[in-house]
Design a protein around this ligand. Structure first.
Ligand code: DAH
Length: 355
C-alpha cells in the first residue's frame, strides 16, 4: 500500500476509535466514503494516475475500500450495542422507589353502585336500557297504568315543563319505570333489561333529594313466574350486599303497574346497622308481576307474554352498603366526603358468588 493509502487507513481507524456515539460515527463515515469523502476523492483521481501504475493503484484502492467499509460497519455495531446497554441501564426498574401518589380522581359511590348493579345483573343476562330524563306524561304515568286522576300521581309530584296548549306538559321523570315502556316498544319481547338512571321529585329534606337515582328491572318472556322474580332478587341482594345468607322478605303491596305487587325487605339490626344480623326488616325495593294492562298499552299480548319488574333507590342501597348516614353530601361535591367515600377507579367491580 502506498503511503497516502496507509495514512488514510490509520487516520480512519483512529477517528473511528475516537467517536463516542452514532452521530460522530456518521461524520467519520461521510468523511471517508461520502460523495466528498477522502476515499471517494482518491478513487476519482485514479484516472490521473500514469497508465502503467493504474492497475496496481486501482487494486490497492479497492482493497482499502473494502477494509474501511468493514471497519466502519463494525464500529457502528459496537456503538449501537453500547447505546442499547446504556438505555437498558437507564430504564431499569427500581423496586425500592416509593409508590406513585394515588390517582387524583375517584369513582363516586352512586356510579360505583350502578357499575356493581350492571356487573351482577349483567352476569344474569340483563342488558342496560336508557331513556330521557325529560319524559312524556304518557310514558311516565299513563302507559304504566297511572291515569290522570290516579292518587299515585300525588306521591310522585315532580317538575313540569311547558307544553304546547292542549297537550299535557312533559315531566322530569319521577322513576325509571317509563324506560320499561320504551324498552318494550323499542326492543320487543323477550326482554331482560335494567335501567340505572336519574329521577326527580319535588321533595327536599334529610332523606329526600329533588334529584336522585333508581335502578329499574324488567324481565318478559313466555313463562316467567313469581318464582323467577324471587330468585333473581334474592340472588342480586345477596351478591350486592356481599352477605351470602342475607334474609330477604317479600311483602304484599300495591303498584299500579304490577299485579301482584310486592315490597322487598332485607334483614338487619336497626341498632348497629349490620345487614343480615338482628331481627329487624328494612324495605329496600318495589317489585311485582307486570300488569297485563301495561303490556296491552304497548301492544304486547298479555296472554302470550308475562314477566316481572322491580325498582330500587340507588342512594338508599349505597348508604346501607357503605354505612353512609346522610343523603345530602352525595350531591355537595365536598372533596373531603368524596375522598372518604370515593372508589379507586382501578378496583375491579366485585362479582360475588350467587350472581
Ligand atoms: N317505580 C316505583 C317507584 O318509583 C318503583 C317500582 C316498584 C318499580 C315496583 C317497579 C316495580 O318496576 O315493579 O316508586
Amino acid at each position: 500500500m502506498t503511503d497516502d493509502l496507509s495514512a488514510l487507513q490509520a487516520e480512519t481507524d483512529a477517528a473511528l476509535a475516537a467517536c463516542a456515539d452514532l452521530r460522530a460515527w456518521d461524520a467519520v463515515r461521510v468523511g471517508v466514503l461520502g460523495r466528498n469523502g477522502k476515499l471517494t476523492a482518491l478513487l476519482r483521481d485514479l484516472g490521473k494516475t500514469p497508465p502503467e501504475q493504474r492497475r496496481d493503484r486501482g487494486a490497492a484502492l479497492n482493497r482499502l475500500k473494502e477494509a474501511l467499509t468493514a471497519a466502519i460497519e463494525a464500529r457502528r455495531g459496537a456503538l449501537e450495542a453500547a447505546a442499547l446497554d446504556a438505555r437498558l441501564a437507564a430504564e431499569r426498574l427500581d423496586p425500592s422507589l416509593p409508590p406513585r401518589p394515588r390517582a387524583a380522581g375517584l369513582i363516586h359511590p352512586i356510579s360505583r353502585t350502578m357499575e356493581e348493579m350492571a356487573a351482577i345483573f349483567g352476569a344474569m343476562g340483563f342488558e342496560i336500557a336508557e331513556g330521557p330524563d325529560v319524559e312524556t306524561d304518557w310514558h311516565n304515568f299513563s302507559a304504566l297504568n297511572i291515569p290522570a286522576h290516579h292518587p299515585a300521581r300525588d306521591d310522585q309530584d315532580t317538575f313540569y315543563l311547558t307544553a304546547p296548549p292542549g297537550s299535557p306538559p312533559p315531566v322530569l321523570r319521577t322513576h325509571t319505570s317509563p324506560v320499561q315502556i320504551r324498552a318494550m316498544l323499542g326492543r320487543g319481547v323477550p326482554l331482560r333489561v335494567i335501567v340505572p338512571g336519574r329521577t326527580y321529585r319535588a321533595d327536599h329534606d334529610a332523606t329526600h333529594s329533588p334529584m336522585f337515582h333508581q335502578c329499574e328491572g324488567l324481565v318478559l318472556d313466555r313463562a316467567i313466574t313469581l318464582g323467577h322474580l324471587k330468585g333473581c332478587l334474592i340472588d342480586f341482594l345477596r351478591a350486592f350486599f356481599a352477605v351470602p345468607d342475607l334474609p330477604v322478605r317479600f311483602r304484599a303491596s300495591y303498584f299500579p303497574f304490577t299485579e301482584p305487587s310486592m315490597e322487598v325487605d332485607i334483614g338487619w339490626d336497626r341498632k348497629s346497622g349490620e345487614l343480615g344480623k338482628g331481627a329487624d326488616w328494612l324495605e329496600i325495593l318495589g317489585s311485582g308481576m307486570v300488569h297485563p294492562r301495561v303490556l296491552a298499552n304497548v301492544g304486547i299480548d298479555p296472554r302470550e307474554w308475562q314477566g316481572f319488574a322491580f325498582g330500587m333507590g340507588v342512594e338508599r342501597v349505597t348508604m346501607l352498603k357503605h354505612g353512609i348516614p346522610d343523603l345530602r353530601p352525595f350531591y355537595e361535591s365536598d372533596i373531603r366526603w368524596l375522598r372518604h367515600y370515593g372508589f379507586n377507579p382501578l378496583a375491579p367491580t366485585m362479582l360475588h358468588e350467587g350472581a
